[in-house]
Design a binder for this molecule. Structure first.
Ligand SMILES: [Zn+2]
Length: 303
C-alpha cells in the first residue's frame, strides 16, 4: 500500500510536520512548522498540533489515516501518560489519548531518539553504509543522552517504553546527581553540559563545547585535553555495556557531542578495551539526515 506517511516532530520551540509519499520515496510532499509556545501550557500545545494538522490538510489537499509523532519523552505503556520529557508541560499528561481525541485518527507516538534511529535506518546512513543491518542502535549525545533500538526495521520499545535509554545507565560516580533522581548516569558524563561542567570544575571557566574542542585541537589547554580524554574513555566504557548486551550490527551517533571526531578514534580504542571481544567490528557511523531525522522518523512510524 502506498499511503502517504504523515509525521510530526514535537519540539520544545517548534512543532514540525511532514508528508512523505512512501517508505521508498521520502521526498516530502509537504513540510511545515508552527511554534510550540510551550509556556502557554499543555492544552495549548495540543491545540497547536491540531492547528498544524489542519494546515497540512489544507495545503496538501490530503487526509491522513494515521500520524506518527516524535516526542521529547516517552509514553508510559502502563499509565498512558508522558514521562521523561524535557518539555515538562507534557509530563504526566495523557498525550496519546488527547491527540487521538483531538485529531480523530490513529496515532503512533515514539520518543525522538527512536525516531532518529528509525529515520537513519530507512533513509539515512544505515541505508547507505549498512543496508543489511538487522539491529541498529541509534545514539543521541547532545544536551541529554538518549538512544533507540531498531530491530528488523521497527522500533523496539520494551515493556516500560524505555528500551535503548542507555543515557541513564550507571557509568561512574564522578558524574554526580542526575535530573532523573539517580547519580552517575551516562548523561552526567557524556552530555554536552556535563563536559562543559567538567571543564569548569578544573579551570573555573565557562566555555562552550565548541571552544573546548577547539582548545583541545590547538594542544596547549591541559584542561581541554583532560575533558576530551574523559569523553573518549567513558564513551567506550558506556557503549561497551550496550554492545555486550545488544551486539548491534551498526551504531549511529547523533547530537552535538557525536560531532567530536576523537570518539571515532580514541573512543573506539576505549570501546575495544572494554568490550567482551578481542576486536571491535561494529561500524560506528555519523548520521546523514541532520535535523530532518526527527520528523522523518515520525513519518516512518506509520509506514
Ligand atoms: Zn539519569
Amino acid at each position: 500500500m502506498n499511503q502517504p506517511l504523515w509525521g510530526i516532530d514535537l519540539g520544545g520551540t517548534k512543532i514540525e510536520g511532514v508528508i512523505l509519499p512512501s517508505l521508498v520515496d521520502p521526498k516530502p510532499i509537504l513540510r511545515t512548522r508552527i511554534d510550540t509556545q510551550a509556556t502557554k501550557g499543555y492544552q495549548h500545545i495540543v491545540q497547536q498540533i491540531y492547528t498544524l494538522v489542519q494546515q497540512m490538510k489544507d495545503q496538501s489537499g490530503l487526509l491522513p489515516s494515521s500520524i506518527g509523532f516524535g516526542t521529547p519523552g516517552v509514553l508510559d505503556p502502563v499509565l498512558q501518560t508522558m514521562k521523561n520529557c524535557n518539555s515538562t508541560a507534557l509530563n504526566g499528561m495523557p498525550l496519546y489519548r488527547d491527540l487521538e481525541a483531538a485529531l480523530q485518527l490513529q496515532i503512533v507516538l515514539a520518543n525522538d531518539a527512536n525516531c532518529f534511529a528509525l529515520a537513519e535506518t530507512h533513509w539515512g546512513i544505515v541505508k547507505e553504509k549498512a543496508p543489511e543491518a538487522r539491529l541498529v542502535f541509534g545514539i543521541i549525545m547532545g544536551t541529554g543522552v538518549g538512544g533507540g533500538i531498531v530491530m528488523e526495521g521497527k522500533i523496539w520499545n520494551g515493556r516500560h517504553g524505555i528500551a535503548g535509554e542507555w543515557g541513564h545507565n550507571f557509568l561512574d560516580d564522578s558524574g554526580g546527581p542526575c535530573y532523573c533522581g539517580k547519580s552517575g548516569c551516562v548523561e552526567t558524563i557524556l552530555s554536552g553540559p556535563a563536559l562543559q561542567r567538567y571543564y569548569k570544575t578544573i579551570t573555573g571557566n565557562d566555555l562552550s563545547l565548541k571552544q573546548i574542542v577547539s582548545n583541545y585541537g590547538s594542544g596547549n589547554d591541559v584542561a581541554a585535553k583532560d575533558t576530551i580524554h574523559r569523553l573518549n574513555h567513558f564513551f567506550g566504557k558506556a557503549v561497551s555495556v550496550v554492545t555486550n548486551l545488544l551486539d548491534p550490527d551498526v551504531i549511529v551517533v547523533g547530537g552535538g557531542v557525536g560531532n567530536i571526531s576523537t570518539i571515532y578514534s580514541d573512543g573506539l580504542l576505549s570501546l575495544n578495551h572494554f568490550i567482551f571481544n578481542n576486536t571491535v567490528d561494529v561500524p560506528i557511523l555519523k548520521p546523514s539526515l541532520g535535523d530532518s531525522a526527527g520528523v522523518f522518523g515520525a513519518a516512518a512510524l506509520v509506514a
